[in-house]
Design a protein around this ligand. Structure first.
Ligand code: 5AD
Ligand code: SF4
Length: 409
């Protein structure tokens, strides 16, 4: 758990010992809210599932307690983290000091309000079938040149098991196109099968489903929901998603939030005919939905879609949007998406994190399927071996002074 190597003057956790979460010690319990100490910083988390006492050590993720660990396990992990934690904080502070331009101002606001915490979710794309025909997306049903795959429940559970137990992930997203093959019972079985054996914060990104279905999935233990509204412009929405209406999408997101799901939502930047005014409204819409995490990224044209001749937005527009979103929402989690990384493979992720972003997702889809989840072409980060990819992300985070202490509700 705590093997560490010293690279470039920094203690760097190796991929096998990767902890995306630092253990916290419970200082206080009030109803189902626990106050946790992290090297002197106090954060709060919600406890729904465990019987906890003051003094216990826990892992929490996305504001939820997900696992209790023994004092011995905690001290091994804390020993690894202790020195690193303070070094990282110093680096982050230095990079956020004396802001001069829009990006730096946004980064400074992020630092002041959220410190150097960064959340790292793993994402497993379990089916690339989709019944819909969104104009912008490579998984659209009319794209007959894509080979389709579905992972079986056992394969999904095994992929989660590997991510949680071997790679150390504490927060995972299960994503697919809108695939009716997985009925309610199957989805409930998958969620329960996962949570029986793995202490993870589990999110779903499976598109529009009946509210009754979502209730079952919540009851089975899923707690996060990633569902973008794509654009806040109603006529653009219906153009891009023929047969669908923005109003219904927003209503569904609101109901899911009411149900108790932590909501990750957002939009596409650079859709054809989208104005800069639209993008500002998109930021506002994300805010007014009460998003726990902002998830928005550049539209990248896919050659097998009707939008093949469109162009991607500039890197500057995407970074401006992150910065504006941060300035307007100092406390939000803002995801730096793979699509931003794809737009600029060299610098996209780093610049996103330095313009107000504070969350990342790592693709953990089994290698044989990864290339087939082609929402857009040339997705960043999917060629590398998983452990190498994880190391690359950890190195990036460490070079920016960020630590995966994702907490606070
Ligand atoms: N470029 C970037 N993002 C895309 N998505 C779909 N197609 C594209 C594309 N061409 C995004 C949508 C969807 C998410 C799963 O992927 O916003 O919600
Ligand atoms: Fe299907 Fe989602 Fe792609 Fe639309 S964006 S075609 S719903 S996978």
């Amino acid at each position: 758990m705590s093997s560490a190597t010293n690279i470039g003057g920094l203690h760097k956790l190796s991929a096998h010992s990767m902890c995306y979460s630092i253990p916290g010690k419970i200082l206080e319990i009030k109803d189902n809210i626990v106050t946790v100490d992290y090297f002197g910083e106090r954060k709060k988390a919600k406890n729904e599932f465990l019987d906890l006492s003051i003094g216990d050590y826990i892992y929490a993720q996305a504001g939820f307690v997900i696992q209790r660990i023994t004092a011995n396990e905690a001290s091994a992990s804390l020993e690894t983290w202790k020195e690193l934690f303070f070094k990282l904080r110093e680096i982050d502070l230095r990079l956020a000091k004396a802001p001069k331009n829009l990006y730096q101002i946004a980064n400074n606001i992020r630092q002041k309000h959220l410190g150097n915490s960064c959340c790292v979710h793993g994402i497993i794309e379990f089916s690339n079938y989709c019944r819909n025909d969104c104009l912008y997306c490579g998984l659209r049903k009319s794209n007959s040149s894509l080979s389709r795959y579905r992972m079986s429940p056992d394969e999904i559970i095994a992929a989660v098991e590997l991510s949680a137990k071997e790679l150390g992930f504490k927060a995972l997203v299960l994503q697919s196109g809108e695939d009716l093959y997985y009925d309610d019972d199957m989805l409930v079985g998958i969620i329960k099968g996962i949570l029986k054996k793995n202490a993870v914060f589990l999110s779903l990104s499976i598109g529009e489903k009946d509210i009754v279905t979502y209730k079952k999935l919540y009851e089975a233990g899923a707690r996060g929901l990633l569902l973008r509204f794509e654009t806040s412009n109603p006529s653009l929405y219906s153009k891009m998603r023929p047969g669908f209406f923005l109003e219904n999408r927003l209503e569904l997101i609101k109901q899911l939030r009411k149900m108790g799901f932590l909501i990750m939502t957002g939009f596409l930047i650079g859709l054809p005919q989208q104005s800069e005014q639209d993008i500002l409204k998109d930021i506002e819409q994300t805010h007014s939905l009460g998003a726990d995490m902002f998830s928005f990224g550049p539209f990248i044209p896919h050659p097998q879609t009707p939008l093949e001749n469109s162009v991607s937005p500039s890197l500057g527009l995407v970074l401006n949007t992150i910065a504006q979103a941060r300035i307007l929402n100092p406390e939000a989690k803002i995801l730096v998406t793979t699509s931003l990384e794809t737009l600029d493979k060299e610098n996209g992720a780093r610049l996103g994190l330095l313009s107000g972003g504070n969350s990342l997702m790592i693709n953990l889809t089994p290698e044989k399927y990864r290339k087939l989840y082609e929402i857009y072409p040339n997705r960043a980060g999917i060629d590398l071996d998983l452990k190498k990819r994880i190391n690359q992300v950890v190195e990036l985070l460490h070079s920016l002074g960020r630590a995966p202490t994702d907490l606070g509700i």
